[in-house]
Design a protein around this ligand. Structure first.
Ligand SMILES: Nc1nc2c(ncn2[C@@H]2O[C@H](COP(=O)(O)OP(=O)(O)OP(=O)(O)O)[C@@H](O)[C@H]2O)c(=O)[nH]1
Ligand SMILES: [Mg+2]
Length: 225
């Protein structure tokens, strides 16, 4: 059993739908139309990036202006009132089981972000963990980091393979892997964790990085742990 964890709205359900599509007979050429989505808070992301810009290894400091979508961007600038719509999106309650055929059948159990307090009751039958983070929503980062550390320190998951996904990289204000690694202190987490950890950037919406996710899933099948 694979557990797919992450805060509410990071894109877990869309990811499993996309993976299912990629593994289906239609093949990877037909991902289908992305469902309509709304950008996560752009101004917050740009301000945070501006504040951490100097401490990031790239030194590439973004100005808040640069973070707004361009007129030709695939993601439109939010119109007045759209932020309210996004807040009204109902978080998933309950668990979602999805079967994927990659060499053999595997089952991914998605746990809604709002079920965080009881995630641990599902650790028992779990061989691998996918932990998703919204790279365009810096207001969630601290909470996600605490959740990730709690997942990694769980005794039942000590030998689970872990994939960390920084999702929504199609949004103009997403934080780069270098920035996210610096905020999450990923190198330190990896060196202290008992589990083998892989990190990928994805856009469940556009399909970016999904082949890497499938590759990781296949690699876990070869690993007897
Ligand atoms: N732009 C963009 N939007 C995305 C991406 N992935 C998911 N979304 C959108 O984000 C919103 C939330 O996605 P879900 O897949 O429902 O999020 P979730 O993690 O399953 O949320 P819970 O089940 O409530 O924990 C939806 O509007 C998705 O279409 C992405 O890569 N890019
Ligand atoms: Mg969901």
């Amino acid at each position: 059993m694979y557990l797919l964890l992450g805060a509410s709205g990071v894109g877990k359900t869309l990811l499993v739908k996309r993976l299912q599509k990629l593994c289906s007979k239609d093949g990877p050429r037909d991902l289908g139309e992305p469902p309509p989505t709304l950008p996560t808070p752009l101004i917050c992301a740009s301000l945070l990036r501006w504040r951490i810009g100097q401490s990031c290894a790239t030194g590439g400091m973004a100005t808040p202006q640069r973070c707004f979508p361009r007129a030709d961007s695939a993601v439109a600038r939010p119109k007045a009132g759209t932020a309210m719509l996004q807040c009204e999106q109902a978080p998933q309650v309950g668990t979602n089981l999805t079967d994927l055929s990659i060499q053999k059948k595997i089952t991914i159990r998605e746990l809604g972000g709002c079920m965080g307090p009881i995630w641990s009751s599902f650790y028992g039958d779990c061989s691998s963990v996918l932990f998703m983070i919204d790279a365009a929503n810096p207001t969630q980062i601290a909470a996600s980091c605490v959740q990730l550390l709690s997942v990694l320190s769980a005794e039942q998951l000590a030998s689970a393979a872990v994939l960390i996904l920084f999702n929504k990289i199609d949004l103009p204000c997403y934080m780069s892997l270098v920035e996210m690694k610096s905020l999450f202190r990923i190198p330190e987490i990896i060196s202290c964790a008992k589990q083998p950890i892989t990190v990928v950037e994805t856009s469940a919406r556009e399909g970016t990085g999904l082949p890497d996710v499938l590759r990781w899933l296949r690699s876990t099948l070869q690993d007897p742990s």
